[in-house]
Design a protein around this ligand. Sequence first.
Ligand code: PEP
Ligand code: MG
Length: 537
Amino acid sequence: MIKGNGRPVYEGVAIGRIYVLSKDHTIVNTKCADIEKELVRFNEAKDEARRELDALYEKTLREIGEEQAGIIEVQSMFLDDLDFIEGIEDMIKGGSDAAFSVHEIGDAQASAFAALDDEYMKARATDIRDISDRLVRILTGADQGFRMDQPGIVVAEDLTPSETVALDKDKILAFVIRQGSSNSHTAILARVMNIPSLVLTDIDIDQALNGRTMIVDGFAGNYYIDPDDETMAKMLEKKKGAGEYKAELEKYRGLESVTRKGRHISLFANIGSPDDIKYVLDGDAEGIGLLRSEFLYLGRDDFPTEDELFNAYKSVVEAMKGKKVVIRTLDIGADKKVEYFHLAPEENPALGYRGIRICLTQHDIFRTQLRAIYRASAYGKVAIMFPMIISVKEVREIKTFCASVVDELEKEGIKTSPVELGIMIETPAAAIISDLLAKEVDFFSVGTNDLTQYTLAIDRQNEKLDSFYDAHHEAILRSLALIASNAHKEGIWAGICGELGGDLSLTDEFLRMGYDELSVAPSRILELRKKVIESEV
Ligand code: PEP
Ligand code: MG
């Protein structure tokens, strides 16, 4: 038996077989025996890449707009770039196989572009990487996807949000990740999915672990590989206890979330996709307080169409049967990277081109998403909120933009319903001017994950800083009090949708501050309702 530990991000006990998610896409240089044949293979791969890019160009032009399509065109141009192509051909002539040659030259040229001062040239590094990845995929025929044929525990070095959403959620019993931070989006997803998971573990990632049995104890932060009988018996007992506690919480299902003194608070759920509705219903949420809609953009090769987005939103709104659904517009950027957005590499992505900054500068993307949300509004009770706000000017620009979308839909004879417009308060700037922002919107929802990151100057992704990331810091608590008070002065409602909202040690404090809504991982609702019902506030 091997025993190890890590930082738990969700309680519970999971037992299952291990699936190692390896990201070792090392391309080996298998010397090619027939150079002429390898050159032909490379030329055929180029033709195939061109065909793929032409189709993607047409689709992007049709569905997104000229600006984005232009980026695809730039990638196609690299297929004719002499430095790139001749560099690869020279390597093949020297006896290297085509995939390895593409990978090496692509890597060298991308690094050279990334080192340039000019921002435009810097951004070309991503294009080169994209085009060489495409060529390597065509040449190797490799589907580097990860599959689970039965439920199991995913063991990985690290998991980005894009990789996480691409996994088959129904089969994941737990994550055990060597790196990761407890504030990362992967940890947040684990909480939405109710799976006991560990980050920052001491596990040695090794393919030989595949298929072996593992126990994850999300209470103590331990994992056991090939557990002995005694450990298995102890953990089965613990799992049973967790099940009994969960069953006990069932008596809070369907009750009103009201304190002993009669103070009511709405308990909503945070989700990332329509698939998560099952957790919302199972958790007995009174609404959805944060639909992280950027997850609809992750784990795919190009932009979702307006109809795809509309269908996703509509399914969530209909499933909630008239209960409120707060849809956050896409918060791409920082750790949530999407290749087809072609975002240039940044020194400080968390302080960079992300969230509303993308929407306010790439109107086609914003319009498509807003049209889809407004169309879905006809099927239930929808509210929209905008991430990463820092100024009144942004909010006014957003409101004008939304009004133009509603107008456009009306002219097309498409039905919409009234929609509340709110903002996330997740930057210190927004917290400090929350008195001014409150005059502009229908509600506030505090994103304590980012508010903590930006207020304390602590990168929430950096696992080395986990012990410094203190969401209970007095600066955060004072900001929270200020935000609720400024909201109420203007007669609007205020909620918390960051992870702190589910922290039971602060529930009384949030009630005293006057918060109207807490939006948390669906599995936290019943426990939180118990806390509210027992509260003296
Ligand atoms: C937050 O920042 O608290 C938040 C809810 O948004 P996200 O975690 O998706 O950045
Ligand atoms: Mg945030």
